[in-house]
Design a protein around this ligand. Structure first.
Ligand code: SAH
Ligand code: SF4
Ligand code: F3S
Length: 547
């Protein structure tokens, strides 16, 4: 553990922002030792570590927080154990996700006892207005709690504002009501994002692939889901700001952009109507009427970003993805845009949750399996060979064995490339809390294992179809060291072939993880790879050539 003196302690909870700090003095800038006592003491800003759990939206939010801290003069710490400021960006989708952080409170308390200047900030989806009172009890090592929509206030609330932070005042988040409950208000997030992007204050995780949030919050009311309570109602970012951010990413050399939102398909319904979007004609009922006429939608956005071209007419961002789509909002316009626009990747994540209509109804998903299959048939016809992935919940309230088997049959019928499955976990304050959580834990685990076993065989079979084929792989970087806690099971890695060669990893357009051996300068390039091995979760290939 690296110890370093902390020249300044971070204020605890809710202190008003400190006055602008004195500028750091560069050691050795003034040689005359007689002047030393007149010099301001060196300002040591905290070294921070952001621990991020949960989905891509959280990862994207963490990039913004890290960027703000760096702009304020703080430096990243290599590990949580040696940071003065620990920011935990939590997930609350299942109880287990919250328990992971609750379980670390003892360690955090010990770190604080050893180094009393250490401060812990907890943000993300575990910080809900409805649960405010319980937070201090559940997370005793935490000094400051910020809801997801309060994250832009991080620097100011820590008293670091002014420490080299350009970009002006931070707007304070308000609360709003969803079903009579106080939740986050996402209203100001589009503007704070635009300011952060304009000031270059987004610390992106990669120089190859970028996340680009397009809509915050969620207006759906799936009965099991905590997200609307954590993230509040939907707010779309203005169309031009998104396209500008994409243009800047293209200019910075990014090869892949993933548009983010809890439900990207409903992008734009809350934006003002404009004449230039007069051709967007679509109307839908989403618990209430959504009039999309003359408002931009996801299809329009894909077309505009695909339309950013290089001098020789190719898409400046060769790969465009979006996540997550709700089946109910998947429009004809979106499918057509996917089919027509060359940069939009041939992969779609379309969570189904269950293969049984009665369960779907209890989940409040607003579609039937017939409708879901109709959408898939349509998209498969428009984008032949498209890779499909989905989310499934097993053991939801009242799920019978027969209903679970309907989900298994659905997986066999559709043959998804990837299935992210989880056992139902009741979440406080959600409508499903009022239903009986009557599938016993052991039975939920059994169903989960059966489902994952079936899916592994299907995924393996689909992957084998790639053997011998040549695919375009965007090389992300060196293959990560195997971690116990890795999201996806790992495939055998290729032995680095030849001198200067590394074990690398990348993704195909169909979002397949591909291992290959190659030189480090392949990172960020689109390589042509021949698939020589297919496992259930990843492929391995031989490098044929690169750009
Ligand atoms: N907005 C996305 C998903 C967000 S949450 C969508 O609607 O598809 C990601 C996944 O977590 C969900 O698709 C669901 O499968 C799972 N999930 C959400 N709440 C859950 C709960 N209470 N228990 C178990 N899994 C849950
Ligand atoms: Fe949750 Fe449903 Fe919204 Fe997805 S669409 S975030 S599952 S409420
Ligand atoms: Fe988790 Fe929140 Fe994402 S609950 S999955 S981090 S939106």
């Amino acid at each position: 553990m690296i110890e370093r003196p902390s020249g300044r302690e971070l204020p605890v909870l809710d202190l008003p922002p400190a006055p602008p700090p004195r500028r750091p003095v560069v050691a050795g800038a003034i040689a005359d030792p007689r002047l030393a006592e007149f010099l301001p003491e060196e300002l040591v800003l905290p070294r921070f570590f952001v621990w991020t759990l949960g989905c891509q939206m959280n990862r994207s939010d963490s990039e913004e927080m890290a960027g703000a801290l760096i702009a304020a003069g703080c430096a990243p710490a290599p590990a949580l154990e040696c940071a003065d400021l620990i920011v935990i960006n939590t997930c609350a989708i299942r109880e287990h996700a919250e328990a992971k952080v609750i379980g670390r409170q003892g360690q955090l308390a010990a770190l604080k006892a050893a180094r009393p200047g250490t401060r812990v900030v907890l943000t993300g989806c575990a910080v809900r207005e409805t649960d405010r009172a319980r937070l201090a009890r559940r997370y005793p090592a935490v000094d400051l709690f910020l809801r997801p929509d309060e994250e832009p206030e991080l620097v100011a609330r820590l008293g670091l504002a002014g420490a080299g932070t350009p970009g002006g005042a931070v707007r304070s988040a308000a609360t709003t009501l969803v079903g009579g409950r106080a939740v986050s208000a996402a209203d100001h997030l589009p503007a704070t994002r635009a300011t952060a992007v304009a000031a270059g204050r987004v610390e992106r995780h990669s120089a190859v692939s970028a996340w680009l949030p397009i809509v915050y919050g969620c207006d759906k009311s799936c009965t099991y889901c905590i997200v609307p309570l954590s993230r509040g109602p939907e707010r779309s970012r203005p169309f031009d700001e998104i396209v500008d951010e994409a243009r800047a990413l293209a200019a910075a050399g990014y090869r892949e952009v993933t548009l983010l939102g809890q439900n990207v398909n409903s992008y734009g319904h809350d934006l003002p109507a404009e004449e230039r979007f007069g051709h967007v004609i679509s109307e839908r009922t989403a618990g209430r009427r959504l009039d999309l006429r003359s408002r931009p939608d996801l299809a329009e956005l894909l077309r505009a970003i695909d339309g950013i071209r290089t001098a020789d007419g190719r898409p400046a961002i060769p790969r465009l993805r979006f996540i997550t789509s709700h089946p109910w909002d998947l429009s004809d316009r979106l499918v057509t845009a996917m089919a027509e626009r060359p940069s939009v990747c041939e992969a779609l994540h379309l969570p189904v949750q269950s293969g049984d209509d009665a369960v779907l109804r209890r989940m409040g998903r607003q579609y039937t399996i017939e409708h879901y299959l109709e959408r898939l048939a349509w998209i498969r016809a428009a984008v032949p060979g498209i890779a499909l992935s989905t989310d499934v919940i097993v053991g939801f309230c009242g799920e019978t064995e027969a209903q679970f088997e309907a989900t298994l049959r659905l997986l066999e019928a559709v043959r998804f490339d990837t299935v992210f499955a989880a056992a139902y976990s009741p979440r406080p304050g959600t409508p499903a809390e009022r239903l009986a959580d009557d599938v016993p834990p052991a039975e939920k685990r059994r169903r989960l294992n059966v489902l994952l076993g079936r899916q592994e065989a299907i995924g393996h079979e689909l992957n084998r179809a790639w053997l011998g084929r040549r695919v375009e792989v965007l090389v992300d970087g060196p293959a990560p060291q195997r971690a116990h806690d890795h999201d996806e099971p790992q495939e055998p890695r290729p032995a680095p072939a030849g001198e200067g060669s590394l074990a690398l990893v990348g993704r195909s357009r169909h979002n397949k993880l591909v291992h290959l051996a190659g030189r480090p300068d392949l990172v960020g390039q689109l390589a042509t790879v021949e698939i020589v091995h297919a496992g259930p979760f990843a492929l391995r290939g031989r490098l044929i050539g690169a750009e």
